[in-house]
Design a protein around this ligand. Sequence first.
Ligand SMILES: *Cc1c(COP(=O)(O)O)cnc(C)c1O
Length: 362
Amino acid sequence: MIPMVKPFVAPAEVMMPEIERTLYSGYIAEGEKVYEFESVFGSYIRNSNVLSLNSGTAALHIALLLAGVGPGDEVISTALTAEPTNVAIKLTGAKVVWADVDVNTGLIDPESIRQKITERTKAIMVVHYAGMVCDMDKINIVSSETGIPVIEDTAHAMGSGYCGKPVGGNSAYTCFSLQAIKHLTTVDGGFIALKTPDRLPDARKLRWFGLDKKVPRLENDIKFPGYKYHMNNVNATIGLVQMRYIDRVVGRHKDNGRYFDKALSGIPGVTLLPYYGHTEPSYWLYTLKVENRNDFVRMMEENGIAASELHLRNDRHSVFAESKCELPALDEFYSTFVHIPCGWWVTDADRERIVALIKKGW
Ligand SMILES: *Cc1c(COP(=O)(O)O)cnc(C)c1O
């Protein structure tokens, strides 16, 4: 079976000596390796205002807290995402308010965001689902006109681009995941990237109990409670090795994605998704719309190729019951879209076979 997702781990002969050195170095907590990884990652996304964390969920949580989100507030978000996006909002005590999606792309619709804004709206959460970048030109306008900050969930979008730059520096807050199946994994981990450095000290305290690491422990004074969200030297060592391969890994996702963009166009029963202006997808998954989706999925799976929606639309969870509302565009998109594998493990022969199968029909 060609899987939908697969962890990329650098070859053992490169990875293991580095891990061994760190493990027995006498310092495995947050230390130099972590700071080195932050600097390398910051260069990759061309934004040095980054903090490593132990998960993407931690990044989302800290972003929401920095945006001042708390009980009684509302955060506008999308239901078409992995659950952590919206569970993180619930963790703050705020209410999730669903915006509808653009029926052509499945990505959050800027017009719907605008309609859902109230005096309680504290943040707008956007998800570059499957690696496709949201309509940031329009979302930026909504944000600047209303003064409501945008949090970009880029868990699927490492290496995606906006305005010729990697995602990670456009909005007030950007949240990356380094979880097992994302483009770049450290087993588990995450990054928050801030547009400006002014809130970095607060973010640092939130990541470590509220303590200030620059002040000696016996002189420290916790003013607000923080979490235990930091990355350790072992995961950072893995990350530093993985970064040597990031261009190859992301490059292969993109190459496969562009191949499908061309080879799958014009096939009866298939509708390809358009990409917004100034955006470049990094194709974590390849997403398309198909007629008779159940038959399509069955045909693909009978031929050893994973195909599915992958995520349950989040508004179906009981925990979001208070947010229930009509989402007609999502209803339509959700009934026809499907993901197929497109990652670094998909070979030339694989992708040719996938296209041939789809051309034959289902
Ligand atoms: C994976 C993921 C997250 C959370 O990342 P973790 O590192 O697993 O905490 C958040 N949002 C989306 C869309 C994800 O896919």
